[in-house]
Design a protein. Structure first.
Lengths: 115, 114
């Protein structure tokens, strides 16, 4: 149980375009989903908290207009990197949890390369 | 908010030796302390966790100890093997836990030499 699926696993896009990454909880309803960014040889940096049916809460320093988050249902959250630039290239990982549980369940991650 | 510090950043051991990685946290209300192993390009994999009502937990070659008074917890790997080589992260939730929200330590790159 507790499977989280993230797609795509890899994406290459041109500068100026937008890219959407999906995070799905396959066998449970996730009241909250989290988006992390990870640079090479660095830690996971929390970008935002996504709650179903409400606006996402962004961490300090994260541009909400650059990283659009939508949590339309209890099993799906999306992260859209808008007007992507090479400096947005990174590994993005989502996780999902429930109000009753402190454990986090991670998606596979998405390697974004902006050329 | 929660701040998690992890040391060392790199650790190299000989196969069969033990490895210890330490973390400190700032929020005394934190009650859940997981450890993750991450291989290159993969998702973090939970290897062991401990809750604040116990001081130690073991799972075969892996153990975690927690000192709530000092606000630190440690990962112990005994009889290390080359396949233990990876990056290890500790984490802790902020006091206003939102069901899975975690703040991660900086990571430790463990290298086990055959």
């Amino acid at each position: 149980g507790a499977v989280v699926s993230q797609h795509p696993s890899r994406v290459i896009c041109k500068s100026g375009t937008s890219v959407k990454i999906e995070c799905r909880s396959l066998d449970f309803q996730a009241t909250t989903m989290f988006w992390y960014r990870q640079f090479p040889k660095k830690s996971l940096m929390l970008m935002a908290t996504s709650n179903e049916g409400s606006k996402a809460t962004y961490e300090q320093g994260v541009e909400k207009d650059k990283f659009l988050i939508n949590h339309a249902s209890l099993t799906l959250s999306t992260l859209t990197v808008t007007s992507a630039h090479p400096e947005d290239s990174s590994f993005y990982i989502c996780s999902a949890g429930t109000a009753a549980n402190t454990e986090a369940f991670f998606g596979q991650g998405t390697r974004l390369t902006v050329v | 908010g929660e701040n998690v510090e992890q040391h060392p950043s790199t650790l190299s051991v000989q196969e069969g030796d033990s490895a210890v990685i330490k973390c400190t946290y700032s929020d005394s209300a934190s009650n859940y302390f997981p450890w993750y192993k991450q291989e290159l390009g993969k998702r973090p994999q939970l290897i062991i966790d401990i809750r604040s009502n116990v001081g130690e937990k073991k799972d075969q070659r892996i153990a975690v100890t927690l000192n709530k008074t000092a606000k630190h917890f440690s990962l112990h790997i005994t009889e290390t093997q080359p396949e233990d080589s990876a990056v290890y992260f500790c984490a802790a939730p902020p006091f206003y836990n939102q069901g899975g929200k975690l703040i991660f330590g900086q990571g430790t790159e463990l290298s086990v030499k055959p």
